[in-house]
Design a protein around this ligand. Sequence first.
Ligand code: KIV
Ligand code: ZN
Length: 388
Amino acid sequence: MAKDQLVIFDTTLRDGEQSPGASMTRDEKVRIAKMLEKMGVDVIEAGFAIASQGDFESVRAVAEAVQTSRICSLARSAKKDIERAGEALKPAALSRIHTFIATSPIHMDYKLRMKPDQVVDEAVRAVTTARGLTDDVEFSCEDASRSEFDFLCRIIEQVIKAGASTINLPDTVGYAEPEEYGALVHRLMNTIPNADKAVFSVHCHNDLGLAVANSLAAVLQGARQVECTINGLGERAGNASLEEIVMAVRTRADVFPVETRIDATQIVPTSRLVSTVTGFPVQPNKAIVGANAFAHESGIHQDGVLKYRETYEIMRAEDVGWNTNKLVLGKHSGRAAFKARLTELGITFDSDEAFNDAFTRFKDLADKKHEIFDEDLQALVSEVAAPD
Ligand code: KIV
Ligand code: ZN
C-alpha cells in the first residue's frame, strides 16, 4: 500500500538556536541550511525574523540560498512580527510563515493575560495577515498539550477557516506522554469539522526524554508533519531529534504508515556540522549520530557481528553516513575481534601459542586502558615477537 509522506520540518536554526549558547551567525545558518536542503528536509525554519536584525538577515540569506526546501520564519501573532517574517522571506522560492499563540489556561492567564475569546480573535487575525503575505501558513497552539480540548477545537477550526494549512500542536514544556499525546491528535483530527483541510503537525520537547516517542505516537494517530532538530538541539532539554525520527520510521517501516524524503546518508555529516558550528558535542551514546552508535565492544557482540551483521545491528552505519561500523577493542572484546583486527593490519602468527600469548597481553593491557588502538596492537605484537 502506498505510504503517506511525513513532512520533515527542521527547526535547528530556530528552536535549536534557542539552546543556551548555541547561537549561529548568518553564514553558519546558510551552511547548515544548504546541508538540510541536500538532505531533503521539506521545511527549514530559518529563524525568528523579528527577534533581531541578525536573525532577520539570516532568514533572508537562507531564503536566498535555498531552492528546494520551503523556508519558514516564526512570528508571534502580532502584525509587526508577521510582516517582518514576510519581508525576510521575500526572496524564498517556497516560503511559509509560522505564527503562534498560547492556548493553555496557564499561559493565557499568566503570560498573555488574555481571555480565550481574545486569543481566538488574535489567532484568526494573525493567520489572515500571514495569508496576505504567503500562500503557506502554519499556526501553532503553543502549550497545546496542556490546553483544554474544547478550546483547541474551537481555535483550530477558526484558523483553518482563516487559511492555515498546517496546524501544529506543540508539547512546549515536554509534559506529554506518548499514549495521551497520540490520543489528543487522533481526537482533534476526528472532532474538528474542517480538520481534513490541514496537515496536523507535532513539535515535542524533551524535558522527560519523551520527545521522539511522543512525536512517533502522534504519527501513528495521523500527524503528518514532525518538527525536529539535528542532534535533538533545542530549548532546555531540546527537541525531538531529526535523525531518530527519520530512522525510526525507516527501520520500522512495518509499523509506521509513512515515509520521508530524507537522504539518510547526509545525517552524520550534517550532525557533525551542527556540532562544530554550535560547539555542542554529540554524546557518544547518542542514537544514530553518537560515536558509539555503531561500535561494538563486547566479545559476544563482536563475534556475532563478524559472523552476520544483523545479529546486533538494526541499521547499517553506511546508510546514515558513517564510513562503516566499528569493532572497538577493549576489555570485553574476544578472540574473534582481536584476530580480525590483527588480520586487517596484516599481522599473523606462526603458532597458536604465539597468538594466545598476544591475546593474554592484550587482555592485560585492556584492563588498564579504555580502548586499545592499532599502535597498541603493534607494540604488543612486537613484545610477543621478542618475549621477555
Ligand atoms: O515549543 C513551542 O511551543 C514552540 C512554538 C513556538 C512552536 O517552539
Ligand atoms: Zn519549541
